[in-house]
Ligand binder design. Structure first.
Ligand code: AQP
Length: 332
């Protein structure tokens, strides 16, 4: 079967609704049909300063949330990136294959370094997309389920896979992005012109899945809509309402057209009250399950150890092939 690979950073503690709807939800579905590899990308997390104690705790917390969201260690390989040293090793080769100008065109770096002040941004933040290239190519992934913000990095991955294959001989699978149109970009609840994100959103615009459910309900009820009153899916003219409809539709499995009908003639208040309830029904069991995994760190760590072992077997094979192709003298 086809293989998928994706990762999530352990930086913020709680996942937000954009992470879940844009990525993790698809991961859960794809483990049924694909050979799936999912990881907590702690190497990526240190591209911006991290408190060591928090990073370590947040790595377990991210794994617990992935399991709570429905990843099943019997159906997928779940691991921590730093447990598989091949990521950093292949990244070096990929660094040497990437043009400086090419790396400079990555818009996520431009945004994030601008926020930090260009002088303070690390070289690691600059080469982050190239580490991501290595992450994907190590597993010979066919598809990479991510949100829209990652499309450019997947393009870079394709370019580098083709470049390596062209220069050294067929080695890597050229992956495709797997981006669901409906949920590719979940927007900030207070500013529907920007994506919901841990760094750019204000607390009121960001739904953290581990927030107290009452806080979540409050945030939904105070979401920005517009001065009109009609509940209609129209991302251009009505971005706030459309974002709420997307969230509602995805969490309940109801067509947007059906929701439009249900709320015909009703105001935004009715929509928000119902969506707040839908959200609370979603986050309450999610929080409980996350806590259960955190309460049993031995089980959690053993799931991650098994995952790392499975991941390493695949990664080591690809890396040794790449080393040979590049011309590194085999160690005897
Ligand atoms: N708003 C979003 N809509 C849809 N998908 C999203 N993703 C993130 N935000 C949205 C997807 O979540 C996955 C994991 O993301 P990450 O851990 O790599 O972090 P990120 O993309 O850096 O998340 P943020 O919150 O957007 O962080 P900052 O503020 O640092 O940029 C990815 O597949 C991503 O596409």
């Amino acid at each position: 079967s086809l293989r998928v690979l994706s990762g999530i950073q352990p930086t913020a503690g709680s996942f937000h609704l954009g992470n879940y709807l844009g990525a993790v939800r698809q991961w859960v579905a794809l483990q049924e049909t694909h050979d799936a590899f999912y990881m907590v990308v702690d190497l990526h997390a240190i591209t911006v300063p991290q408190d060591p104690t928090e990073l370590c705790a947040n790595t377990r917390l991210a794994a617990a949330q992935l399991l709570a969201a429905g990843l099943d260690p019997e159906r997928c390989t779940l691991f921590v990136q730093s447990h598989v040293p091949e990521h950093a090793q292949l990244a070096w080769i990929m660094n040497c294959l990437t043009g400086f100008g090419e790396a400079s065109r990555m818009t996520q770096f431009k945004d994030k370094s601008a926020k930090q002040g260009a002088d303070r941004a690390s070289v690691g933040l600059f080469t982050y997309p190239i580490l991501q290239v290595a992450d994907i190519l190590l597993y010979q992934a066919n598809e990479v389920p991510v949100g829209e913000d990652q499309r450019q990095h997947i393009e870079l991955t394709r370019d580098l896979a083709e470049r390596f294959n062209g220069r050294f001989g067929e080695t890597f699978t050229v992956p495709r992005p797997y981006i669901l149109k409906e949920t590719a970009k979940i927007y900030d609840l207070q500013d529907p012109s920007i994506k919901m994100s841990k760094s750019a959103s204000t607390p009121k615009g960001l739904i953290n899945l581990l927030d107290d459910p009452k806080t979540t309900a409050k945030k939904v009820k105070s979401a920005v809509t517009d001065t009109d009153t009609v509940i209609r899916f129209d991302p251009e003219e009505k971005p706030g309402v459309s974002n709420l409809l997307t969230i509602y539709s995805t969490l309940t499995g109801t067509d947007i057209a059906e929701l439009e009908q249900k709320y015909a003639g009703k105001g935004y208040g009715a929509l928000k009250t119902d969506l707040a309830e839908v959200m609370v029904d979603f986050v309450t069991p999610f929080r409980e399950r996350t806590q259960q995994y955190l309460d049993d760190p031995e089980t959690l760590d053993s799931i991650l150890a098994k995952g790392a072992e499975k991941a390493r077997a695949v990664a080591a094979e690809t890396l040794s092939k790449a080393y040979e192709r590049v011309g590194f003298l085999p160690a005897k």
